[in-house]
Design a protein around this ligand. Structure first.
Ligand SMILES: Cc1cc2nc3c(=O)[nH]c(=O)nc-3n(C[C@H](O)[C@H](O)[C@H](O)COP(=O)(O)OP(=O)(O)OC[C@H]3O[C@@H](n4cnc5c(N)ncnc54)[C@H](O)[C@@H]3O)c2cc1C
Length: 295
């Protein structure tokens, strides 16, 4: 997830909305692996409701001064810079939000707690404070006041890549479990030959394939320049739920071994759970899909 946050969350907005100077300063070293990026949307009092963020950037001559807090920020402890979402005009609603690129070594940037979590332990997750952080005018990414719309664009790619990751993780868990079911014996036969388990494999394979087709068809449209928000939301919702359900069944098929660290299934089971929360919860996906029908 640490890598995905860098490649598919924090850097695409620079490619799409950045100036040439910003691309040279951030994108080139990020692609080369010399700088690590993170993306700061979520705050202690605002997650799903992005427009409710409180972090402020106030113009002061040639600079902006940033104050506020961000939480659950993947890579927050090791990042060199952050793509930062904040309010530049608190009275303008969705039109009062802007994006910035902020160097993480600037005075006033405080990397507070390293948060402990259920899974995804290879990535760090930070609570960050921004206390009078002064950035130059050139730190503004894209147009002032367009940050909400630009971050919604970013989230479409993030949701799609998350959905693809769910398909991959579910397939990997399936493959490992299929192997285990041919090696493990009970009551004188391979456990995979019990009809109850054979049907579990059949159901899982069907679900994985359905999610894969939805993700691939949607990704092809996105790559062709379409902006299929409804289908991206469907793919994210469906693939995340599918991956959680498949990993749960795979753990069950492993029996006690599934609960043990050495088989790796318990890790996938823990890691997958995030996909129903991060980048927009199941409930938010359902809301986006429902609203797309004018409801
Ligand atoms: C491990 C991890 C890594 C993360 N990495 C990042 C990161 O790098 N950058 C970043 O900015 N954020 C990151 N996040 C934050 C993540 O995107 C948010 O946790 C997520 O968007 C949900 O926001 P919230 O936690 O504030 O939940 P809340 O918005 O408080 O939601 C709580 C519950 O209310 C429900 N709810 C809220 N609104 C509605 C509604 N309108 N209708 C129905 N139900 C609703 C939600 O679905 C949820 O069940 C990360 C989170 C985790 C756990």
């Amino acid at each position: 997830m640490g890598v995905a946050s860098h490649t598919d969350m924090a850097t695409p907005p620079i490619h799409r909305f950045g100036t040439e100077a910003q691309k040279q300063r951030y994108l080139v070293p990020a692609i080369a692996g010399r700088k690590i990026a993170c993306l700061g949307i979520t705050e202690p009092d605002a997650g799903s409701d992005v427009a409710a963020i409180r972090t402020r950037a106030v113009r002061a001559g040639d600079e902006w001064v940033i104050d506020g807090a961000k939480t659950y920020i993947t890579n927050g402890h090791r990042a060199d810079f952050i793509g930062f979402v904040c309010k530049t005009d608190p009275d303008a609603g969705h039109d009062g939000i802007s994006l910035f690129l902020v160097d993480m070594h600037l005075p006033g940037v405080v990397r507070e707690q390293r948060l402990e979590k259920l899974g995804m332990h290879a990535s760090d997750t930070a609570l960050l404070a921004f206390d009078g952080v002064r950035v130059p005018a050139g730190a503004l990414l894209g147009e002032a006041g367009k940050g909400f719309y630009n971050i919604m664009w970013e989230l479409q790619g993030e949701r799609l890549i998350g959905a693809a990751g769910c398909v991959a993780a579910a397939q990997n868990a399936f493959d490992k479990t299929l192997l285990y079911a041919t090696e493990r014996h009970a009551f004188g036969r391979q456990i995979g030959r019990f009809q109850a388990l054979r049907h579990k494999f059949a159901e899982m394979a069907t679900e994985i394939e359905a999610a894969r087709q939805l993700v691939y068809a949607t990704a092809a449209r996105f790559a062709d320049g379409e902006y299929p928000v409804r289908e991206i939301s469907m793919a994210k919702l469906y693939a995340a739920r599918m991956a959680c359900a498949v990993c749960d069944e795979c753990l069950q098929i492993h029996g006690g071994a599934g609960y043990m660290k050495e088989f790796g299934i318990e890790r996938t089971w823990r890691d997958m759970r995030l996909n129903r929360i991060g980048a927009g919860t199941d409930e938010i996906m359902l809301d986006v899909i429902g609203r797309s029908y004018g409801l």
